[in-house]
Write a protein that binds this ligand. Sequence first.
Ligand code: ZN
Ligand code: ZN
Ligand code: FE
Length: 795
Amino acid sequence: MISMSTALPHEFDSKMETPKVSYLFSAIQHLEIHVSGTVQGVGFRPFVYNMARRLGLRGTVQNNSQGVIIHAQGAEDGLSGLLDALRDALPPAARVDSLNAVPQELGDYTEFRILPSEVLDETFTQVSPDLALCFECRREMEGLGERRRDYPFINCTNCGPRFTIIQRLPYDRPETTMSEFRLCDVCRAEYEDPEDRRFHAQPVACRSCGPWLRYLEMTRDGWQETGTKDDALARAVAALKEQKIVLVQGIGGFHLACDARDERLVNELRRRKHRDEKPFAVMFPSEESLEECCEVEGIELAFLRSYRAPIMILKKRPDSVIAEAVAPGNPCLGAMLPYSPLHVVLLKEFGTPLVMTSANLSDEPIAYDVDRALDRMSGIADGALVHNRKIQMFADDSVVKVIGGAPRVWRRSRGYVPEAVHVPQAFHTPTLAFGPQLKNTFCLGKQQFAILSQHLGDLENDLSADAARAALEHFLHLYDAKIELAACDLHPDYTTTRIAEAWSSERGIPLVKVQHHHAHLAACLAENGKSERAIGLCLDGTGYGTDGAVWGGEVLVGDLCGFERIGHLQETAMLGGERAAKEPWRMALAWLFEAYGHRWSELPLHFASHLRTEFAEQSLRMLLSSSLRSNVFPRTTSLGRLFDGAAALMFFGTRRQYEGQAAMLLEGMMASATEKPYPLEVIENSQGWVLSPVPMIRAMVSDLESRVAPDVMSRRFHEGIVDGFTRLCMRVREATSVNTVALSGGCFMNAFLLTAFERTLTEQGFAVLSHQQVPPNDGGVALGQAVVANARREG
Ligand code: ZN
Ligand code: ZN
Ligand code: FE
């Protein structure tokens, strides 16, 4: 979990040589050490303090706005011990990005001290993400006679809320939502004792001075507070045991909780939330209980236990006690372990897994203000377990899946945000990228850091757009970012484009518009520290193309500055426009029409007869009429839509879906044995290469006619996509001599596609880049926009 820049060992070596030479003359050395990275709010100074004292060193440690500066004086052994510790033994959430040690004249130090923060002009402090409950606090909660036994707000320098409670910088208690709680004498003594693990832990609290719980019940007259702060938890647990749905205030927002084993109840929650079939996350009381329900490997468990404590996407066990309605038809489950002390006591008392899903209505942002949450959840929750430590800024649970042995972030929020991504070309001026429309995040770029916002969701309604604006204001204020360059998507109708245009023109700031898939490519390059030309294999659902079409099966060649579209999936019409994304049968029909023309309706397929019974002949003809197809409906090259169409043709029929559902089910039903890939044809035309799935559609139809098993067909489909695009990449390499392929776009959430492309392209001699720090889906697009705007500015 600890990462250091690759330049680090070299710095250590070169800078350490000088003290070694002068060792001949004096056993005592003085080093001035500059450390930058995530080093504030993560227990870094007490760590240095204690380490230095243990090693018999004298000197000082101090925060400044660029990181931490250490003066360490003592024997060479002690000094190298300190440098080793800074490399190998950091507190869990600390991240050292650069470390520079320079020998100095001996100073007049009598002891080792922590100095008050120094404020420099060029303020740019990195803020720590929220940290899941640490092992020591967890043990303290369990200890008999401990004054914080079972206290739901226990924390220390290694754990507790950070990003979500900070109002201003520097990170000190008065600048957080803990400012309204006066420390009691015992807590203050801990807070002031450098040897205590709560030394300068800003949210430190105990039962007598810190936040407390309240329980409310929904009655005919609205929310009624019942009981006292001492029995609030017990009341919530009792309600959950009586099959009630309870609103629970967490770290970065509110969850709706209910018994995850109760089929009827989970369906009831779905009904009240107006939630389609999108899976709910489940929190397990213990690792054992999680392992009973999911298959979990070492790296997954390590992530669940880490300070990030995300939702991990795990394979469900067939004999699991979890209700089918939690993730209908889905072989996977989003699993969490209790990551805040409140969750620990709640799950301990309840004893079995709880559904823990964000407290919002479908498509609305997560609620994070108590009164608003109560108000908005009044028709949904029966009870509410809330507290009085305010959430300053919301952050959903992050979502991570291990694919190909590496963690892939699907939703980057709590535990990640606002940790910076290092970019290969430092930002010339403070830059702000507004991000895409769906799975929106925005990105602040300053110096060599790109700071992505938390997941802001789909900005399709006013509430979401308001939440995004609030988050943006908070970030700009927090980082005191004097933005001089802005970036947004090329799409003229995106909410984010309109916000970006208004925002930048009000301030007279230049706005760079970045094509969606170029941003994907650039994001993948940037997070991998690359800036040279690469082939961007950008496979996703929707992105506005330079020709106005809906792109999403793109082979680009480009760098951070610009790109050329060299190949793409064959175009077809999105029958019915945007509705085609919700109703996959429309894409199946579009592709059948490409392959068979009007003869599609004579095919002896379930799908065809299904359509004919469900829709009037007339309306289907209308949909396929040449005037609509060529003049009204958007054209698309989206691979996501091809997945939708294939799924509809095979088994999904005329059902409606949530985004990506049909594709996910198609992946889920895939045979484990290799099958012959469906054929896709690479066609060269004046603009480049086109990959045509028409031969594949014909092969699928013939497999359907001869009743080939769906899992075999799904496998052939996946193999076909990998085979087709790999051949396309090889043609592009022949033509351009570019040998690096960057994999980006929402389709790379498909574990098979990601691993198969990585393997096949590597076998063909390509250098392959993929995402780990930011999502492959649109959650990473803002990063790409920011680095492209910056690169263009330079040129
Ligand atoms: Zn702790
Ligand atoms: Zn206290
Ligand atoms: Fe995308």
